[in-house]
Design a protein. Structure first.
Length: 205
């Protein structure tokens, strides 16, 4: 399916839970478009599955320039607009319920940028980068909602200590869940990742 975006249509996948009550909506953002990131990423799929099992309608989508999404890479600026467009589209179709934003790596950073603008009810970010391969002079504003950060200490793409130093400076800081041997891509750790994320989602929806 396609969702209208600020730079053209955005390719997306929509999933509806089997639960009797829709508890919220969720937008999941994927890793860096220039390094093979797409909505089919397995961590993105895990985040989507966690939200779906918690009773949320979930939209995962390809940023502009990825897959069949139109537009050109815009180094988090346009991609944040993409995330906001998907959130607005989803809210039009499922009204009166809270919004969860979730993302992995580049998509985690975009989700942080979008959260305060979209007035998200909660935020889940896996391995969010700050200042390395995202162009930003300062970290995004506090999302002003409950916030979970999941990161592995052996991440060789986004250094754990760099991320911890930044997120610890937020007031209040997010909840930080530390993995010890998941690397950046959580190979072989998707089950534990879901186990870390789903209770957080269920506690806020």
């Amino acid at each position: 399916m396609f969702i209208p975006g600020p730079a053209g249509r955005l390719e997306a996948l929509l999933a509806t839970p089997s639960t009797p009550e829709i508890k919220g909506v969720c937008v999941v953002s994927h890793p860096h478009p220039l390094y093979g990131g797409a909505m089919t990423n397995k961590v993105v799929w895990t985040l989507s599955t966690s939200a779906l099992k918690a009773g949320l309608v979930v939209a995962r989508y390809n940023f502009r320039s990825v897959g069949q999404s139109e537009g050109l890479f815009d180094n988090t600026v346009g991609e944040t607009e993409d995330a906001l467009a998907v959130a607005a589209w989803l809210r039009e179709r499922v009204s009166g319920v809270p919004l969860l934003l979730a993302g992995f790596s580049f998509g985690a950073y975009v989700s942080i940028k979008a959260a305060s603008i979209a007035k998200a009810a909660a935020l889940v970010t896996v391995a969010p980068p700050f200042g390395r391969y995202v162009d930003s002079s300062a970290p995004p504003p506090h999302p002003n909602c409950p916030w979970l950060v999941v990161h592995s200490t052996d991440d060789d793409t986004v250094a754990f200590e760099d991320t911890r130093a930044v997120v610890d400076a937020y007031v209040p800081p997010p909840t930080l869940v530390r993995f010890e041997s998941a690397g950046h891509f959580f190979h072989g750790q998707l089950g534990p990742l879901q186990a870390a994320v789903q209770p957080f989602i269920e506690s806020h929806f």
